[in-house]
Design a protein around this ligand. Structure first.
Ligand code: ADP
Length: 163
């Protein structure tokens, strides 16, 4: 059985992430969505909140598990008995960093490979940061994130009128 890990901050999960999750299941039997705990990015949502939102948003997709992790991604892969890491590529600007990460991960563990899924054009502009920015200014984010996530983002920003 093939098992892959899709790691990220998911602060919060967007339709772009969900598209990568669904498409990953064409190349793996089981997908573990790994939510990075020790993000230096000062996330808006706690790791527990991010895991909960992802679990809710993926509950209809079979063969997906959501887990928090910290430390080295390759160690999490070995512990999870996964040999593939899935990452999404939106634009050329993602590429340099992603290439470096995949190479360092291979240097750390030769048995773990990274595959890249290019984003669907309709989600190419989408990022967790842009969603938060739009929401903070009171904009409509219903096209970018699932409903459960939308409610939590507006609650965080205390935009009750939007909930
Ligand atoms: P990071 O892991 O850099 O904190 P994210 O949690 O936002 O980034 O994203 C996790 C993974 O999903 C990364 O591989 C990222 O490139 C990818 N991703 C993010 N947004 C999209 C999108 N709109 N379409 C496809 N892939 C995406």
């Amino acid at each position: 059985m093939k098992r892959a890990i899709y790691p990220g901050s998911f602060d919060p999960v967007t339709f772009g992430h969900l598209d990568v999750i669904e498409r990953s299941l064409k190349i793996t039997d089981e997908l573990i969505v790994g939510v990075l705990q020790n993000s230096s990015k000062n996330p808006l949502f706690s790791v527990e909140e991010r895991v909960t939102m992802l679990k809710e948003a993926t509950s209809h997709i079979p063969h997906v598990r959501v887990e928090a992790f910290d430390g080295l991604l390759v160690d999490f892969a070995v512990k999870s008995e996964a040999t593939t890491i899935v990452r999404g590529l939106r634009a050329i600007t993602d590429f340099e960093y992603e290439l470096q990460m995949s190479q360092i991960n291979t240097a750390l563990n030769h048995d773990v490979d990274t595959v890249f899924l290019t984003t669907r054009l309709q989600y190419a502009y989408l990022s967790s940061s842009i969603v938060k920015e739009v929401a903070l200014m009171g904009g409509d984010i219903s096209k970018f994130v699932p409903e459960n996530v939308m409610k939590r983002v507006y609650e965080k920003f205390k935009l009750k009128e939007r909930v």
